[in-house]
Design a protein. Structure first.
Lengths: 263, 724, 199
């Protein structure tokens, strides 16, 4: 007996760079939602786990014509993801039903080939055994698994929230999710509404208009990764930086501005 | 028949073959692999039904609405509530990590004593002995008639706990109730006094403004939690007021504003006077009654040319600004300072308020509205008086109890110490953490943390609507921590004060109940649900019990909108120094030209920091982790300077330098940052890398190193940078 | 006879070893691998469903948010059993040791999956219209509770792997490994993805 399933979805995220004020709420909300552990205090900065990371880009002009924008960069959930191509154990897979590129910690064997392949530096590795201070285990989110040392991890568009939304819909007898049922933690935490999220195949979500807007662009489009995270800015220089090179993005360098470092 | 080696080998091979054909080795391997993923080193997530509760955040004065996600009865995570009448869904990084903060490594689990000579300064102490020590000192001071040397520093006046603090001081005799200067509160208090509108508090009505001119206030990032002021970021397709941001350095607000005025540091007064001049010329606004004698002359003197000389902004830019502000509806001039940069200063606030008067927006929608105070706002006077900490004479306190709230702006630890008697002065923290305002205390009595005791939350200074909410005690009170009122009562009993129960937890409950009753009796305002959708008029609330239950469920009481009550003039209530002089003195700019160290490069020292973080209190571990791993907060010893300025002085990125002020010298690392004005050094306010407040950490002394005087304006100060 | 033995000594030793290995692997190993524990008290499902006339969902309901409540908490039992309804020893234990001191009964959950697995009862019961007995078998009509068996190494319940040491069982409730779930999904044409069942 064939089971009826919901219509396929294509979840996209649209980030309005002009609204982002660099507060870091998205990073904190993501870390709390996804049980991201805290590495030891003396760990190197590039050994960290920041599934959502806010970078800064400047327009290379001197004060006071200088302008800085903030770019929150999560996993871009590429349709042609380099990480999927290179993983030797199929620890990452794109879900045809939702478009979400899912990282499975149980399968990962820690070769980090995916981290090298990702052009957005959006993948992170558990260099250390996650250790939770006494009592903090009670604050872990039951909807998200915990990872152990030696596996890679990355943003999953808060898939645990998708599961909860589906359950809620099932309780109401619905197979189809409504817009707003499923919102990742970063989008919910953003105080300015810069991060929007929705199903591009659902007319009601409003994503289609956002994707078609002239100020919408994607990072490193020329690589052909077909990311599902879109950015918007009315400043042409921001769109130019995003399309071509990310080396000018502050944060892809060391904090003292001394060149490019790779995680 | 003997057993030979060959037999043995054959037996073993047979056994091995048999084992291999059986599931034993394969299942063992499989299970061992599973064991590695399920062992004790893998954290177990909690199990249980998931539910949501609403509450209010008490980490800073903003009072953002919270949705607590609970698994079973444990709070697992915290989110903002979109549509919340006070916070509009905003929360800050510290608030988002609220569930974790109660398990912070610096959590105080028993009385702590400070040993300055040791590398790890805090040592556990027997709690009973700690109470005995403090109680003894209290009793001695009271017996010797020196109860005026007992003081409590309340970091969040206006709570029910504040009433208990005052009761404690009254039962001690003539104890002093101290508050700390806070940019927004100071601005609000000053305006309320000058406008002569008793029992009303001023608020900025951003939502109805047509244009906003902000003097360094973070109106786009950090006005409401980490978010913008309401109405400044519209829903898709909506419009928002034109925003002009006057700020020496670039910031997220200058990026999002329509016009950025990169004025020289400390020249806000001149700018405010200059804009008043331009707007009168542009709009030919009638000359209103002078807020103070000589104001009109001051304004006339501040022509665009003169203001350009002082502020470094071109006359053309000033003209453009004036033009962009006009013709759009009500114009609102915003002061109040910023959490990480500190208060603006009295002169600046006066000039801004006079500008608002000139714009005719005082008491009007879209301008500065005067909202009615809460019914209990006129507090009973404390026998020892209410003072700002800065006005307390040095060396005049022997026992200071420091409240454990997280301050909005950094608290100068050196300032606290200066107010104490040199040898015998004792600072006691009533805190849940060893960091924050109690970093320099001598003793800490373990207090309940956020969410472990019922608090009440009033509207933040300069908010447009008066509000009242309760922050529920969703986490149980741990055995090692005490309700702050219980600490007060125990101290009062130990010291044999006459009425210890007047400052205990039962009295706290009574105060909260009295407050609820007075709101109910007043009969105005609405009970608004956390998502802002349901509004019940207060006069239709059935009983006190229903009212309390609603507030505990996350509803807020919101006062009706402030009625328009135009204010035509600012009234002098008398003061030590004529207002004209105050403004005139600051108009040429606050910068002192001579450097602290003539042999080094003179710079202007300024600070910045994000709301929720700049205050220097305990941060959730996740926020500290992110500051190490990303660039969203600068490194703790990062001295940010403009690249051109650095090049002129022969400095390069990452170079270690020494920063000198009149107070001393500190090592910093140079970071090149084009958002910083040439000539300025920008240091971050806030706690150290682990949030644990290392006593030698630059951050614990951050605002002590800037000003050499007790001027509450520490945002701008002279300094020097020297190569190591 | 002796000649036979001495001629084939090597082979016989080998065969004895082989038999020993097989016995250890197939017979002894399953005994040692699993630890048994009795349930804290006995529970008669049939008594509640047949005689009591209750359905599964009365004690094992779905919550409003669609999550499944699982094993009932003590207040569900206390709703009816605050006073004894019968004369069984199990009920006496229930009342004295659990209802009165308001303690949760530490039931052994046969079908407990590891924490990295996400299973939604709502998707299976509400959307796919699968009845309780399809996956949980005779549990609802049983008169007694089986002892719980835990794999000492992996800490999983025996019901995950199955009663046979070679793996698998004939019924759904006997085997709940990933391959068992995937087989049914494949049969029903469910589009799988890793994160659908993993966290």
């Amino acid at each position: 007996m064939k089971t009826q399933q919901a219509k396929p979805a294509r979840y996209v995220m649209v980030i309005d760079v002009d609204r982002c004020n660099g507060c870091g709420n998205c990073m904190v909300g993501c870390a709390v939602e996804n049980n991201v552990s805290v590495p030891p205090a003396d760990a190197l900065a590039n050994r960290g786990l920041t599934w959502m990371k806010v970078y800064r880009v400047g327009n290379d002009r001197p004060f006071p014509d200088h302008q800085t924008v903030c770019l929150p960069i999560p996993c871009q959930h590429c349709d042609h993801a380099p990480c999927i191509h290179v993983c030797p154990v199929t620890a990452v897979q794109r879900d045809e039903q939702t478009g979400i590129v899912g990282q499975i910690p149980e399968r990962c064997m820690g070769c980090r080939y995916c981290m090298a392949a990702c052009p957005y530096h959006a993948r992170y590795f558990n260099w250390f055994t996650p250790v939770w201070p006494a009592g903090m285990e009670k604050t872990l989110n039951p909807d998200v698994g915990t990872r152990m040392r030696g596996v890679a991890e990355k943003c999953n568009f808060c898939h645990g929230r998708l599961d909860r939304a589906r359950e809620r819909a099932a309780a109401e007898g619905r197979r189809q999710l409504d817009p707003g049922d499923y919102v990742p933690a970063c989008a919910e935490a953003c105080p300015t509404g810069a991060i929007r999220f929705g199903d591009a195949l659902d007319e009601r979500s409003g994503m289609k208009d956002l994707l078609a807007a002239p100020e919408t662009f994607r990072l490193l489009e020329s690589l052909g990764t077909e990311p599902k995270v879109y950015y918007q800015s009315r400043h042409a220089w921001v769109r130019q930086v995003g399309r071509s090179r990310l080396a000018r993005v502050r944060g892809f360098e060391t904090p003292a501005g001394e060149g490019v470092t790779h995680g | 028949m003997s057993v030979t080696r060959r037999c043995f080998l054959k037996f073993t091979c047979g056994a091995a073959a048999g084992t291999l054909i059986s599931p034993l080795p394969w299942k063992l391997l499989d299970d061992a692999a599973i064991w590695t993923q399920n062992g004790s080193w893998v954290a177990q997530t909690p199990r249980g039904p998931v539910s949501s509760l609403f509450s209010t955040c008490t980490l800073c004065g903003a009072g953002c609405g919270l949705r607590l996600r609970q698994v079973g009865s444990d709070t697992v995570s915290v989110q903002g509530v979109s549509g919340h009448p006070v916070s509009q869904g905003a929360l800050c990084p510290a608030g988002l990590g609220l569930a974790q903060i109660l398990h912070h490594p610096a959590r105080v689990r028993g009385a702590m004593k400070r040993d300055r000579s040791a590398t790890a300064p805090w040592h556990p102490m027997d709690t009973t002995s700690a109470y005995a020590e403090v109680g003894r000192k209290l009793a001695e001071l009271r017996a010797a008639g020196r109860s005026g040397e007992i003081a409590i520093l309340d970091l969040r006046p206006g709570r029910s706990l504040s009433v208990l603090y005052r009761n404690f001081l009254a039962t001690a005799g003539a104890g002093r109730y101290l508050t700390l200067p806070d940019g927004r509160q100071d601005a609000a208090t000053a305006l309320a006094e000058l406008a002569g509108v008793p029992r009303h508090a001023p608020g900025y009505d951003f939502a109805h403004a047509g244009a906003v001119i902000s003097f360094g206030a973070p109106v786009f990032d950090g006005w409401c939690g980490a978010g913008p002021a309401p109405g400044l970021i519209p829903a898709t397709g909506g419009t928002r007021p034109v925003v002009v941001q006057a700020s020496s350095n670039a910031s997220p607000t200058t990026n999002l504003a329509d016009v950025w005025l990169p004025l020289r540091p400390g020249t806000e007064t001149a700018l405010a006077l200059g804009l008043a001049h331009l707007l009168r010329t542009e709009w030919t606004l009638p000359f209103t009654e002078e807020p103070w004698p000589g104001y009109n002359d001051q304004v006339s003197q501040h022509t665009p040319r003169r203001v350009a000389d002082i502020t470094g902004l071109s006359p053309a830019l000033l003209q453009t600004t004036a033009r962009s502000l006009s013709g759009r509806g009500p114009v609102l001039a915003v002061g109040g300072g910023a959490p990480g940069a500190g208060p603006l200063g009295q002169a600046e606030e006066l000039a801004i308020w006079a500008l608002n008067l000139t714009l005719g927006n005082l008491g009007q929608a879209g301008g500065v509205v005067f909202r009615p105070d809460l019914p209990w706002s006129e507090a009973a006077p404390v026998p020892g008086g209410t003072t700002s900490l800065r006005e307390v004479p040095d060396g005049s306190l022997d026992l200071l109890l420091v409240d454990g709230s997280l301050p909005d702006s950094p608290v100068s630890q050196a300032l606290l110490r200066r107010k104490m008697r040199p040898q015998s002065g004792l600072i006691v923290g009533l805190s849940a953490f060893t960091v924050g305002p109690v970093a320099e205390a001598d003793l800490i009595l373990p207090a309940a943390g956020p969410g472990e005791w019922l608090q009440d939350v009033t509207a933040q200074a300069l908010a447009p609507r008066t509000s009242y909410a309760l922050a529920r005690a969703d986490a149980g009170l741990p055995a090692f921590a005490a309700h702050p009122a219980a600490i007060l009562e125990r101290l009062a009993r130990t010291a044999d004060f006459p009425t210890p129960a007047s400052c205990g937890p039962d009295r706290h409950e009574e105060v909260v109940t009295d407050r609820l009753q007075s709101l109910l009796s007043q009969g105005t305002g609405h009970l608004v649900s956390p998502d802002g959708t349901t509004r019940t008029p207060v006069n239709r609330v059935a009983s006190l019990r229903t009212f309390r239950k609603a507030l505990l469920a996350g509803d807020c009481w919101i006062a009706p909108p402030a009625p328009a009550r135009p204010v035509d003039g600012l009234h002098l209530t008398g003061g030590a120094r004529p207002l004209f002089e105050t403004v005139a003195a600051a108009a040429p700019g606050r910068l002192v030209s001579e450097s602290a160290d003539p042999s080094a490069c003179p710079v202007t020292l300024m600070f910045d920091g994000q709301v929720g973080i700049a205050g220097g209190g305990a941060l959730p571990p996740v926020v500290n982790k992110l500051r190490r791993e990303s660039n969203f907060l600068p490194a703790v010893d990062a001295a940010r300077v403009n690249p051109d300025f650095a090049r002129q002085n022969g400095w390069h990125a990452g170079q270690p330098l020494t920063l000198t002020t009149k107070r001393g010298a500190w090592p910093v690392t140079l970071v090149l940052d084009e958002t910083v004005q040439p000539g300025v050094v920008l240091l971050p306010a806030g706690p150290g890398p682990t949030g644990l407040g290392d006593p030698d950490d630059l951050r614990t002394h951050i605002i002590d190193i800037c000003s050499g005087t007790d001027d509450p304006v520490w945002r701008v100060g002279p300094a020097a940078l020297r190569k190591v | 006879m002796r000649a036979f033995i001495s001629q084939h000594c090597g082979r016989m030793v080998f065969l004895v070893g082989l038999a020993g290995g097989l016995a250890a692997g197939w017979l002894l190993f399953p005994q040692l691998l699993y630890s048994r524990q009795a349930q804290p008290m006995d529970f008669n499902h049939a008594l509640h469903t047949d005689d009591g006339g209750m359905t599964c969902e009365e004690c094992h309901p779905f919550r409003d948010d669609g999550s499944f409540s699982g094993i009932p908490t003590i207040d569900v039992c206390a709703d009816c059993h605050s006073d004894p309804l019968g004369e069984s020893a199990a009920e006496a234990v229930l009342i004295a040791a659990y209802i009165e001191p308001a303690q949760e009964v530490p039931w052994f959950v046969y079908a407990r999956q590891p924490q990295n697995v996400y299973f939604s009862h709502a998707a299976h019961v509400r959307l796919a219209d699968i009845t309780c007995d399809r996956c949980h078998g005779f549990q609802g009509t049983s008169t007694t509770l089986q002892p719980g068996e835990t794999n000492r190494i992996s800490t999983y319940s025996r019901h995950i792997w199955g009663p046979r040491i070679s793996g698998g069982g004939s019924q759904v409730w006997d085997a709940m490994k990933m391959s068992d779930c995937s087989a049914c999904h494949a049969q029903r044409g469910v589009q799988d993805s890793c994160l659908m069942c993993h966290k």
